[in-house]
Every structure is written in structure tokens, then in C-alpha cells.
Design a protein around this ligand. Structure first.
Ligand code: NAD
Length: 279
């Protein structure tokens, strides 16, 4: 896994399939990386995209809302101002493990949950919610105690939670925990809105070549070097956005509470090694 990936030349004509025609999709983190590419792909597939980010950028969105998703009052104001009739939410905004620990858990977990739960009344029946988790959340079964403790924490209490549960940045723990808890929350909500046909799923990328890849490499040190040795290339936003768009489409109405790894084979590699299946 060295530098900018050289991608095989895939046929991208699927982008013109109108899979999201007539749908209104909220994309958080729309100003950069995976969120920006998801906004582009969803627009290309016929959706009206409402972008949200703390950074102002209007590419590929029909409407843009500038908001800091670590702040409860800002999220409440955003929920008020967003229109009714939303068909999908792509929760993609996120901070890397080099950001302050309380901000990482606020944006990646508590703010995401606050926004999503606040928007449920504005969703159409049959809507799809997609949470961008991470391979970093793979170890969620070992964090169940802290995950349960985090369940009802308000976004504005993220700092207190991080202190009480020793969620610091050491070894990237704040980031790992935010993604572990997000995968758990996705599974827990497999049937929460089943009567309205609203589903929630997650996508878990391995290392992706976006502006925050360097932050991960810096935090993970030797572990990242080992990943780099095994991987052929890092992912790109173009690898991830179609998976999010697929989950937002009506092709996936029976996929519920699932976490889809999209990591070039990394999670399978970990599982094979854990269970003695490596050759
Ligand atoms: N890049 C990777 O290697 C990788 C791997 C696994 C998972 N992910 C996840 O993918 C998602 C997208 O990351 P990316 O790699 O595209 O990074 P990115 O930095 O390119 O995009 C993240 C976006 O989130 C926005 N954001 C950050 N804090 C915010 C806040 N307080 N309020 C509103 N918006 C905020 C940023 O402005 C940015 O536009 C994140 O949730 C990240 O954790 C990334």
C-alpha cells in the first residue's frame, strides 16, 4: 500500500442508472472525501442531495447546510430547518484520531445519533440510513460495557463521557470506540422503525485515501505499517460511495442492521487469522 493508488479502469456506466431518482438524500461530511464522492454519486443517480458539513462547500449538492455536528443546539437547529420527506441519510462526517478525544466521540457517535434520531419524524416510510463506520470498529464485542454506558449520553455530554470512561486518544482509542459503538448502534436498531420500513446499516472501510488517511497512519504507527505490508492499495472514495448509494436505494430493503466491510479484504484476513484459516 504505497502512496496514491493506481486503480484498475472500471466501467462506470452504472452511475447513470437512476437508482435514486426522486429521492431526497441527506449526506453529512459532503465537503470532502467519501462524503463528497457519495454526494456526487447520489446526484448522478438522480437524487436531490442535501449536504451538511462544518466546511462550506457546495459541490454536488442541491442544498448545503453548514453545521458543527459536535454541538447539540446546532444539530437541533439543523433538524428544524431540514425539509420533511427525506428518503435517506448518509452519516459520513467524521473526525480522525488526531482530533481531541471528546470531539471525536461527539462527531463520530453522539452527534450522528442525535441528528439521526431527530430526523426520524422527517423521513419518508421506506427510508434508508447508512452509517460510515470503520474497520477500526471490528473489535466492538470487547467494548460492550462502555458501549452500553454510552447509549443514552447526550452529544453535549461527550467530554464528560470520555473522561468517565477513559476514552482518550492513546492508540486511537477515541476513534476506535466511536466506530465500535456505531456498529453496535446500527445492529441494535435493526428493527426499531420496521413498522415504517425504515432501515439502518453501516459500511466499514479499511484505510481510504482521503485527507485524513495521514492522521490514521500517524496514530496507528506500526499497526498501519503492518496493514500497508498486507494491502495492495488503500481504498478510494470511489470504492466507497457506490456501496453507500446501493444501501440507500430500493435494492436493499431487506438488508437491516448489517455492517458491510469494504476494506480490500482486511476484515476477512483478520477473521482467517483469528480462526486458523490462513494458509
Ligand atoms: N479515510 C479513511 O481511511 C477512513 C477509513 C474508515 C472510515 N472512515 C470514515 O469515513 C468518514 C469520512 O471520512 P473521510 O475519510 O472522507 O474524511 P474527510 O476528512 O475527507 O471527510 C470528513 C468530513 O467530515 C467533516 N466534519 C468533520 N467534523 C465535522 C463536524 N464537527 N461537523 C460537520 N462536519 C464535520 C469534515 O469537514 C469533512 O468534510 C468518516 O466517518 C471516517 O471516520 C475513513
Amino acid at each position: 500500500m504505497v502512496g496514491a493508488p493506481s486503480l484498475p479502469c472500471f466501467d462506470m456506466s452504472w452511475e447513470r442508472a437512476p437508482l435514486l431518482k426522486g429521492k431526497t438524500i441527506v449526506v453529512t461530511g459532503s465537503a470532502s472525501g467519501i462524503g463528497q464522492e457519495t454526494a456526487r454519486v447520489c446526484s448522478a443517480m438522480g437524487a436531490r442531495v442535501l449536504g451538511i458539513d462544518v466546511t462550506k462547500r457546495f459541490d454536488h449538492v442541491e442544498e448545503f447546510y453548514r453545521a458543527d455536528l459536535s454541538d447539540g443546539a446546532t444539530i437541533d437547529a439543523l433538524i428544524d430547518v431540514l425539509p420533511k420527506g427525506i428518503d435517506g441519510i448518509a452519516n459520513i462526517a467524521g473526525l480522525p484520531p488526531t482530533a481531541p478525544a471528546d470531539k471525536v466521540v461527539a462527531v463520530n457517535l453522539f452527534g450522528l445519533k442525535h441528528l439521526t434520531l431527530g430526523l426520524i419524524p422527517k423521513l419518508n416510510d421506506g427510508a434508508s440510513i447508512v452509517n460510515l463506520a470503520s474497520l477500526a470498529g471490528f473489535g466492538w464485542p470487547d467494548a460492550v460495557h462502555a458501549i452500553r454506558a454510552s447509549e443514552d449520553v447526550h452529544v453535549d455530554d461527550a467530554a464528560r463521557f470520555a473522561v468517565d470512561h477513559q476514552i482518550t486518544n492513546e492508540g486511537g482509542r477515541s476513534y476506535f470506540f466511536s466506530k465500535e459503538a456505531l456498529i453496535a448502534w446500527t445492529m441494535q436498531n435493526r428493527w426499531t422503525w420496521r413498522d415504517r420500513g425504515i432501515r439502518m446499516n453501516a459500511v466499514s472501510p479499511g484505510p481510504v485515501d482521503t485527507p485524513i488517511l495521514g492522521d490514521f497512519l500517524e496514530t496507528l504507527g506500526a499497526r498501519a505499517e503492518e496493514d500497508a505490508r498486507i494491502m495492495d492499495r488503500p481504498g478510494t472514495p470511489q470504492d466507497l460511495a457506490p456501496i453507500v448509494a446501493f444501501l440507500l436505494s430500493d435494492m436493499t430493503t431487506w438488508i437491516r442492521g448489517t455492517n458491510i466491510p469494504a476494506d480490500g479484504g482486511m476484515s476477512s484476513n483478520i477473521l482467517c487469522e483469528m480462526h486458523g484459516l490462513s494458509s
